[in-house]
Design a protein around this ligand. Structure first.
Ligand code: ADP
Ligand code: ASP
Ligand code: MG
Length: 424
């Protein structure tokens, strides 16, 4: 697959790139340079950096739901979706002040239809007609990321980082490629804030990017990669910290192309190392060694909608008992622990321990499918740094280990070096 020869283009600017009026002007100059090349452009924007956090804090400040009342997630969405409305309008204004034809289109006007899972809604449909007509008429269409609308007209949001997904959905609807402008100039072998020797990847496969995103590389929301892969949208990640030259040309800003695996010539065994602090570990000590005990535990968790990631069972000190360890998202951990404790007698365990001071470190690479020794390198590198691991999980193209949080950055750097990813 090569980038299709279309004149349509979707450009997305993240929170830092929309951070203040000066940054909005810089984004506008980048957009103007693309428009001058004859591109028909839709732009998806995030709220100003920090804004969504502030809005979320306000909804928290409005107080908890009284006992017996449901959480008002629909009104949460009305509040937190507003940050993107502000930047859409400001960017359209800025472009107009430069003499360009621009207009904002709110999620409900397009409409970006989602399900009604407020706070983490999924996009169900983006009709291409309204935006298609707008961009074909020469208008630069500005779309707020992160927000959608249910079929019965309620505002929704797509979960944190969701503007990436909005951008890919709009690109799919318009049959256009998607350029994601952010505060780094591409996808790196690991978060460049943790390891300064991280290297930019020129290309990365959808599959690897999907694992990297879901295992902690926050540069793209996981769902945006899922969608790009399903709809075959070519995505580029680029820096917004650039300026067109005096002729209005953009500098060569190669960024990272996310594409099909067979378009990548350079074969690497490991492409990236990620870290996630979003998990907590729960251990049931002295669980009765019945064959159906784990089934009981995990059925209860599934019924309560708690997703379990890693699982380890080991022999307990007491005869006829085991220790069962599992990890869940940090947000669910307290609820899971309370549920287990309430069922202590029925499940038959002695003690529950919960630990949120854990981090999951993963190495990802399609080359693992055909190479032996990838796990061995990981365990050797961690052992050499004295890092103990508490749980392991693997899939065809990744290995994850759970370790004590205090060692997480050290572990990322050690693995980055061990797989030969450090820049020279
Ligand atoms: P935006 O506001 O543009 O959406 P984000 O903060 O969501 O930007 O994502 C960009 C950040 O992702 C970078 O500043 C970087 O610290 C972080 N990041 C984490 N892992 C990676 C990686 N592997 N490559 C590049 N950036 C990464
Ligand atoms: N503003 C939203 C957030 O901070 C969405 C996004 O920026 O992608 O999560
Ligand atoms: Mg983001």
């Amino acid at each position: 697959m090569t980038r299709p020869e279309t004149t349509r283009l979707v450009m997305k600017f993240g929170g830092t790139s929309m951070g203040d009026l000066e940054r909005i002007r810089r984004a506008a100059r980048i957009i103007a340079a693309e428009a001058a090349k004859g591109k028909q452009i839709a732009v998806v924007v995030s709220a100003m950096a920090g804004k969504t956090n502030e809005l979320v804090a306000w909804t928290d400040g409005a107080g908890p739901a009284a006992a017996g009342l449901p959480l008002s997630d629909d009104e949460y969405d009305v509040v937190v979706a507003s940050g993107e409305q502000v930047t859409s309008g400001l960017l359209a204004l800025t472009l107009r002040n430069m003499g360009l034809n621009a207009r904002s289109w709110m999620g409900w006007q397009i409409p970006i239809i989602t399900d009604d899972a407020h706070g983490r809604a999924r996009i169900e449909d983006v009709p291409g007609d309204v935006l298609g007509a707008a961009v074909d008429s020469g208008q630069i269409a500005i779309v707020p990321g992160f927000q959608g609308v249910t079929r019965d007209g309620r505002i929704t949001t797509l979960g944190r980082g969701g503007s990436d997904t909005s951008a890919v959905a709009v690109a799919a609807a318009l049959g256009a490629p998607c350029d994601i402008y952010t505060d780094v100039d591409g996808v790196y072998t690991t978060d460049p804030r943790i390891e300064s020797r991280a290297r930019r990847l020129e290309k990365v496969s959808y599959e690897e990017m999907l694992e990297m995103a879901s295992l902690g590389a926050k540069v793209l929301q996981t769902r945006s990669v899922e969608l790009a892969m399903a709809k075959q949208v070519p995505v580029r990640v680029l820096s917004s910290f650039i300026e067109p030259d005096e002729n209005g040309n953009l500098p060569e800003n190669a960024g990272t192309l996310i594409c099909d695996e067979d378009e990548i010539v350079e074969k690497r065994i490991v492409s990236g190392v990620t870290m996630s602090r979003d998990e907590a570990r729960i251990t049931l000590l002295g669980l009765a060694d019945r064959t159906d005990a784990p089934a009981d535990v995990f059925t209860r968790l599934a019924e309560a909608n708690v997703n379990v990631d890693m699982i380890v069972q080991s022999q307990a000190r007491t005869e006829g008992a085991v220790n069962l360890t599992f990890t869940t998202g940090r947000r669910d951990a307290q609820r899971a622990a309370e549920m287990m404790t309430a069922a202590k007698a029925e499940l038959g365990f002695e003690e529950l321990r919960i630990d949120a001071d854990v981090a999951k470190i993963s190495v990802i690479g399609v080359g693992m499918r055909s190479h032996a020794g990838v796990a061995q390198t990981m365990f050797r590198a961690l052992a050499d740094k004295g890092v103990k691991f508490q749980a392991i999980s693997t899939s065809e193209i990744k290995i994850s280990v759970l370790i004590e949080d205090a060692y997480s950055e050290l572990a990322v750097r050690a693995l980055h070096a061990a797989y030969g990813l450090d820049a020279l």
